[in-house]
Design a protein around this ligand. Sequence first.
Ligand SMILES: NC(=O)c1ccc[n+]([C@@H]2O[C@H](COP(=O)([O-])OP(=O)(O)OC[C@H]3O[C@@H](n4cnc5c(N)ncnc54)[C@H](O)[C@@H]3O)[C@@H](O)[C@H]2O)c1
Ligand SMILES: O=P(O)(O)OC[C@H](O)CO
Length: 334
Amino acid sequence: MKQLKAGLLGGGSWGTTVAALMCRNVPVTLWARNADTVAEINTNHSNTTYLPDAMLPESLVASTSIEETVADADVVVMGIPSQSFREVLLEVKQHIRAWVPVISLTKGLELDTRMRMTEIINEVLPGHPVGVLTGPNLAREIMAGQAAASVIAMEDEIIVKELQNVFKSGLFRVYTNTDVIGCELGGVLKNIIAIAVGMGDGQGAGDNTRAALITRGLAEVTRLGVAMGGKPETFAGLAGMGDMIATCTSPQSRNRHVGIELGKGRAMQEIIDDMVMVAEGAKSAPAVMALAEEYGVEMPIASDVYRVVSGQTNARGAYRGLLRVTAGAESEPG
Ligand SMILES: NC(=O)c1ccc[n+]([C@@H]2O[C@H](COP(=O)([O-])OP(=O)(O)OC[C@H]3O[C@@H](n4cnc5c(N)ncnc54)[C@H](O)[C@@H]3O)[C@@H](O)[C@H]2O)c1
Ligand SMILES: O=P(O)(O)OC[C@H](O)CO
């Protein structure tokens, strides 16, 4: 069988990690916009800005040219944050070959359009098979050699199995799924719940509080995800509950970190200014609230996070507000 070649766009923590994983199976070219990052990967086999302790495979080639990265790629992987995704994809469009599958690693929504990344791919590159790789996957932990599981979701059951072999390796188990909407939304929506959990943790809340937020958070994420076309069982799987648990409990999560700092009383802008990396939940919160309204879904936890990240209240006010809501049946919102 022909050896596939991969082109991966995005030299941040996750793009670099996935490129390193894929290198075990296929030749990979990794595009990063920063020339110093590209030089460091090619010369020192490291990317210290995003993965300070990791050694990358010597076979991983980095490039500052999108053309060089995608022109002869048999699969293109997008590890670009959601608000820059379309801009980079439009450049990819100039060089990608017909029918090459495009896989998104990104866990956010485009703010102006509220679109998922696979919807943007369908719009910009109609006809290309589209998918998403998602799950409880904290980049640094995977680079440190810890075992993890992920899901590749595509509608085409044959292509998804072929690509499963491109991403999987000994300690990185990759399952297939055909529910693209559910898998993608699981990754997007858990980020907001992780901010809520962080806000509690930052105020010294206990383990019971965290468990309640994760459980009630998963319930509201599932309600919106199903209303938008995802399958209920997807939200009980790796892309749903799995990612929710990892992000809401890990000290490595950037979204939970934002919540912790908000919980300590810091201002949103100050927290973001201090971060090198992206926290997608804070960016996607307005789009998520607009979608909740459009689909008529109540999301009390996400709504409180939105009010805090948009400066309408602070974490302490949001926490008190959540406790004031009268509890009804467990199957209902609130
Ligand atoms: N880090 C993780 O553990 C992890 C795991 C799974 C999924 N994700 C998702 O992957 C996506 C990327 O996250 P990350 O962790 O790699 O982010 P990061 O903050 O570590 O890196 C972001 C990268 O994107 C690049 N970038 C930003 N704007 C750009 C633009 N306009 N053009 C080109 N490059 C641009 C930056 O230079 C940087 O290389 C996010 O949606 C995130 O939610 C991250
Ligand atoms: O660090 P976070 O909060 O962006 O989470 C990273 C991954 O999405 C965890 O699966």
